[in-house]
Design a protein around this ligand. Structure first.
Ligand SMILES: [Zn+2]
Length: 329
């Protein structure tokens, strides 16, 4: 994706004003929830620094040698550091190699760009090693750290970076963009609600067949609540529909249940199409129960990207879910 996403425009322009003034920082920390397009922003920035014919807004041309090498992932002045395997950490060797890489001047232009993503996957040794580079970066270096979980990074690393925060755009703006991306009849507000307002996450949900799965998933969650399906079997089934999707849906449903429990006539809920069923579930629990359920699904969502057993995580969520209903019956 070479184009600037609409909700990135302000951040881009502010950063480019600094570039124009010759005061682009040497280290940036891109933070904000998943689905905001932080990596796309980092890529666009890297490409823009490597492009040989960028325009007045510093957007890359897409056709020059720099852009082509960048698109092929073979530009010698750009590196991406990520875990070597899904769910693993960024090892200290990877960061040490980076210091060596940055010690040599750029081959083509005036910049060398390194993207570390997700930066929170660095262990303490890796972070300490990166710190040495952050303390004395070469004049041509730009390090871009990308993370949805800045609190997992040492303060010493954070304090040496300029932070760019990506927050969900207003629903109208994101909705207009989303509607243009999805084919067929659409309900952008529903997807944005499910994705906590993060547009790319909303698009991924809309594309993933979640609407179809959502229906079966709610059926499953209802059956677990009524004790017709055991949590372990429920977890195995929902895992097939996607662990993250399951948790996102549950989080959004419980959020609506809390709203409906506080005011059953409320017009504005995220899952408008499931309103009656959610109200039915909500009426069986206390508000305190519901808040506890929301907390635990929220905690599970924070853990879902870590290397752990997803089946076990879903089992825990559904066991607690079922026991809340059992207590009330
Ligand atoms: Zn170019």
């Amino acid at each position: 994706m070479n184009n600037l996403l609409p909700w990135h425009e302000d951040i881009w322009q502010r950063l480019m004003a600094r570039r124009r003034a010759g005061s682009l920082p040497h280290a940036l920390l891109l933070t904000g929830p998943d689905g905001m397009g932080k990596n796309q922003f980092a890529d666009l920035l890297a490409q823009s620094l490597l492009c040989e014919h960028r325009n007045d807004e510093y957007l890359p041309c897409g056709v020059c040698r720099g852009c082509q090498l960048f698109a092929a992932g073979t530009h010698p002045d750009q590196r991406r550091v990520a875990p070597l395997e899904e769910g693993k950490v960024i090892g200290v060797d990877q960061i040490r190699e980076l210091a060596h890489y940055l010690a040599h001047t750029p081959q083509y232009g005036n910049h060398k760009v390194v993207i570390v993503t997700p930066a929170d996957r660095m262990n303490i040794n890796s972070a300490n090693s990166l710190l040495k580079t952050l303390e004395e970066p070469p004049s041509y270096a730009l390090l871009v750290l990308v993370t949805a979980h800045p609190r997992r990074l040492p303060v010493t690393v954070i304090s040496r970076c300029q932070r760019l925060s990506f927050t969900p755009p207003p629903t109208e703006r994101a909705g207009a963009w989303l509607a243009a991306q999805i084919a067929g009849p659409t309900t952008p507000e529903l997807w944005l609600g499910l994705a906590d307002g993060a547009p790319l996450r909303a698009l991924a949900l809309a594309d993933s067949g979640t609407l179809k799965n959502r229906e079966s998933l709610l059926g499953l969650v209802e059956q677990v609540a009524r004790g017709e399906v055991e949590p372990l079997a429920g977890a195995a089934n929902s895992l097939k529909l996607g662990a993250k999707e399951t948790l996102y849906c549950m989080y959004s449903w419980i959020g609506d249940m809390i709203r409906l429990a506080s005011c059953a006539d409320l017009l504005n809920v995220v899952n408008q199409d499931m309103r009656t069923r959610l109200l039915g579930l909500a009426q069986e629990l206390t508000l305190k129960d519901l808040h506890m359920q929301l907390d635990q699904v929220g905690r599970a969502l924070q853990l879902i990207d870590r290397p752990l057993n997803q089946q076990l995580l879903l089992e825990n969520v559904l066991i607690t879910w079922q026991s809340a209903f059992k207590r009330r019956s």
